[in-house]
Design a protein around this ligand. Structure first.
Ligand code: S1T
Ligand code: MG
Length: 546
């Protein structure tokens, strides 16, 4: 077997479902084997940032690992921001990057795509991946690749595999799937005992769930834990959309998303006034917890994330989240206790009034919630901008978004990745500024056989920038007539100004299959969702207090 085929088989055996790639001369030998072997389907897009975001969203939906294949230098370095997003948001993404062969790397000439050093790509990716391997010696490479792929899965973080272009055809053995990294059952039991003692002694415990619960496929088990513990449940900003699938919510007291000063006061109080936050898979980020008026004292919390568990000041290292969840479940009788009070109705506006009033940012969640109430949840991708705050106003539904890393450009490629991964039509929320960055990837939909629906909140500005710094004039973007752009690249564009037009356009978009749909909402400049307004008011108020 060749290096290329063995690597492709290994990616598949470790949970890859497809390859997102853009070729270049440093990876053409590998591309040839990808296409000839068809071990994994190949999806090509137009620009590496979009490629990385699409692969990120796909693996968030189907689990396993995501895979991108890019050329050396110009390709891989063009994807750095998308990989950084995956690292920050704990996404298991494999970057297979071409690199120079051994001989050409030493022939004394500076190579095309090379930067300061022939290893610059490697050095940059060490900062945004948890492990790396360069396949330079096929005799030892299988074990090294196995180690890297296990790290990708077990830490749910990106990894780099460099493939020198002169080695792709060399012979290499099978890459083993290593057994799970061992950990101490005793430590898990001791931690679970300690957590249970504290949970039973607490007066107002609250369960907070975040992205690692999905990354490790634990939503059903965590929902069962929530049912048995009978605790109120909150998601973090990043964890919005967790437990939203199907029956997961049965008997779970999901009270919505913690938004601190920007959220519903009763929901916020569940965490701010809790004497024991139990935080599963939580990233302690400013977006998740920085908007708390009462600075949360995490020393009184129980926190399990990044393969360790914390209790007060001490830490249990090398403790997988799945093992802890199972150990906790073993300590709680399955018999359901007295029904706990029903959760508070999730603060989700509905009831779009389809009249001739100008459409506003607040109407986005109203219209989508009406759709969810009438037709059930649907997978949603959101970009960064006020659209992400609109996504916080939605009823429980699957959501992929750069909730913590907060990069623009994620939405459109992510919505495409969602449909490519699940076959389900996705709905994407994106601002006009972010659409300008990666929106043209939609031109690939016809070739890929997908038909996502995209709602662009076109306020003709970087409105969030203006919200944070009103005096900035750099935020004006002008009118790009994005509905016409959609028509030009194979979709159907509808530009709407009133709420009546919005409702009609949304109904028409869902009614038509076979081409992507773009609804361009002409939002009045200066308008924003109530959630963004509360966030920015709250942040200004907190800054004023400091
Ligand atoms: C790649 C990238 N560049 C810059 C930013 C900074 C930034 C925001 C955050 C603060 O980092 S929000 C925002 C404006 C977004 O404009 P648009 O997509 O039109 O959405 P809206 O008009 O709803 O704001 C920028 C430039 C970013 N998050 N990501
Ligand atoms: Mg905008």
């Amino acid at each position: 077997m060749t290096v290329g085929l063995s690597l492709l088989r290994a990616l598949k055996s470790h949970g890859a479902r497809e390859i997102f790639g853009i070729p270049g001369d440093f990876v053409l030998p590998l591309f040839k084997q990808i296409e000839e072997s068809a071990i994994l389907p190949l999806v090509t897009l137009s620009h590496e940032p979009g490629l990385g975001f699409a692969a990120d969203a796909a693996v968030r939906m189907h689990g396993g690992i995501g895979v991108t294949v890019v050329t050396y230098g110009a390709g891989a370095l063009n994807m750095v921001n998308a990989v950084a997003n995956a690292y920050a948001e704990r996404v298991p993404l494999v970057i297979v990057a071409g690199c120079p062969g051994a001989l050409e790397a030493q022939n004394g000439l500076v190579l095309h795509h090379q930067v300061q050093h022939v290893d610059t790509q490697w050095r940059i990716f060490r900062e945004i991946t948890c492990d790396q391997v360069r396949i330079s010696d096929p005799a030892h490479a299988p074990d090294e690749i196995a180690r890297v792929l296990r790290h990708c899965r077990e830490y749910s973080l990106p990894v780099l595999i460099e493939v020198p272009r002169d080695i792709t055809q060399a012979a290499m053995g099978e890459v083993p799937v290593l057994p799970a990294t061992p950990y101490s059952d005793e430590a898990v039991a001791e931690c679970a005992d300690e957590w249970m003692q504290r949970i039973q002694a607490a007066r107002h415990p609250v369960l907070v769930v975040d992205v690692e619960v999905r990354r490790f496929g634990l939503e059903a088990r965590v929902a069962e834990l929530a049912r048995r513990l009978q605790l109120p449940v909150l998601t973090t900003f990043m964890g919005r959309g967790l437990l939203a699938e199907g029956q997961l919510l049965e008997g779970v007291q999901l009270h919505g998303t913690y938004l601190g000063i920007a959220g519903d006061a009763r929901t916020t109080a569940l965490l701010d006034e809790s004497d024991l936050p139990v935080m599963l898979g939580a990233i302690l980020s400013d977006v998740n917890f920085g908007v708390s008026a009462e600075k949360i004292d995490f020393r009184r919390a129980l926190i399990a994330a990044q393969r360790e568990a914390r209790v007060g000041h001490h830490v249990y290292p090398n403790l997988p989240l799945a093992a802890l969840v199972e150990a906790l479940l073993q300590r709680i009788p399955a018999a359901t206790r007295a029904r706990a009070p029903a959760p508070m109705p999730i603060d989700a506006p509905g009831g779009l009034v389809a009249d001739d009033e100008p459409v506003r940012a607040a109407d986005v969640s109203r219209a989508i919630n009406d759709r969810i109430r009438a037709h059930g949840p649907l997978p949603i991708a959101s970009d960064m901008g006020d659209c992400l705050f609109a996504a916080m106003e939605l009823l429980p539904t699957t959501l992929v978004a750069p909730g913590y890393y907060a990069t623009m450009g994620y939405g459109v490629p992510a919505g495409m990745g969602v449909q490519l991964a699940t076959g389900e039509r996705s709905l994407t929320l994106v601002g006009d500024g972010a659409f300008q960055m990666t929106g043209l990837e939609l031109g690939n939909c016809a070739r890929l056989g997908i038909d996502p629906i995209v709602i662009v909140l076109n306020n003709q500005s970087w409105e969030m920038i203006r919200a944070f710094q009103p005096e900035s004039r750099c935020s004006d973007l002008g009118d790009w007539h994005l509905a016409r752009v959609a028509d030009a690249i194979g979709g159907r564009g509808q530009r709407v100004r009133t709420r009546r037009e919005f409702k009609a356009a949304l109904d028409a978009a869902f009614a038509e299959r076979g081409r992507f749909q773009l609804i361009e909402l002409m939002i009045p400049p200066g308008d924003s969702t109530p959630t963004l307004k509360r966030f920015s008011d709250g942040i200004h108020a907190m800054r004023a207090r400091r």
